[in-house]
Ligand binder design. Sequence first.
Ligand code: PMP
Length: 444
Amino acid sequence: LKENNARHLWHPMAHPAEMQATPPKVVMAAEGVMLTDVDGHKTLDAVGGLWNVNLGYSCDPVKKAIAEQLEQLPYYSAFRGTSTGPAVELSYMLRKWFAPDGMVRSFFTSGGSDSVETGLRLARQYHKIRGDRDRTKFISLKKGYHGTHFGGASVSGNANFRRNYEPLLPGCFHIPAPYTYRNPFNETDPARLAQFCAQALEDEIVFQGPDTVAAFIMEPVLGAGGVIPPHESFMPMVREICDRHGVLLIADEVITAFGRTGAWTGSRLWGVRPDLMTIAKAITNGYFPFGAVMIGETVAEAFETNADSFGSIGHGYTYSAHPVGCAAALACLPETHKADVASNAAARGAELLAACEGLKAEHSLIGDVRGKGLMVALELVSDRDRKTPVDKKTIGTVFEVAYAEGVMLRVSGPNIILSPPLVITAGDVAKIAAAISAGLAAVA
Ligand code: PMP
């Protein structure tokens, strides 16, 4: 199995030679927050699948809802003149749970990349139906990650995700992210850095010509770019700038929605109501590929009051509002609230961050520790003064030792990324920290 895995499976974002050199972990079973690999070795999943298994792997009500929906109505479309019971019920429930974020309608998709693509399209269409036909450009953050489709890749910041696929969408521009550890302003004060980055956004809008910009898209806490929580003033400043220039604000909450930052959404954490919100991942606890664009009042109203706009919405997916996905999401919502996972994410997240800060005092390889709720990153450097990113082999050894110690980490560039299920205990936090410590000691 291990041999065939390395040889035949196309591993996204990993080179086949790497897979041969360090055979990937083959997971065969999972229970609670624990994974079991093909050799029977058990590890605590400090990655939470891919930031999505918020409720762990044994969430029986969700499994039951999926099984029952498969029996009753395994598929039908919610497209033009047709719909399904679960689709209607879920849009009603999401409207309820996302009301404080100003969201009133849901456009269902099959995952995060689809949600971003739909969000970008809706932003352009919103301006067009209002007569602003030139508002087509998008601005985003250099460290942002918005999925792999052409639109999402175009607004993503990391050149590694873009350069092999060019030419991408024209009219996409990137501004510096409020990343205190490394930034072009050489600014270490988070509040001042937030101001500089917000000013960079305003400058870019003005430079491009405000009436040519459709939307600014950002993650409330940057995830795949290395877990970068901005200063609390950043997103409110962004909202104000977007409003002043008639630019829509799209919050990409594919990771942050459903409690991961300690609040129900990342936007709510910062007290901001975006115009569009992209969600996916934890919406079904990872058990079914699913997502949505939540649509705020302003955008919804523009479409609702334009007689032609609904008929001319030129896109949708075969699996938009898949009834099994809707049933899974409907079962996740009460489970999320019953267990109050957002509060647990805040409490365990604070413990995890403190534990990682403790590791930083012991291990000189850790250059920076940052996080919000249960999104935490440790950035490893071979030289603290120069902030030289650690090499692949060293961080690979940290990963392997932690795995042997019973914890599955995620390594991304020089970062160790932690995004465990939101239902972890204080004991789990200690176990994660101990495994990282063992990994770092092995390369000291
Ligand atoms: N947006 C963000 C913020 C993401 O983190 C991701 C995936 N990590 C995506 C979009 C793309 O989602 P998916 O992988 O489900 O297509």
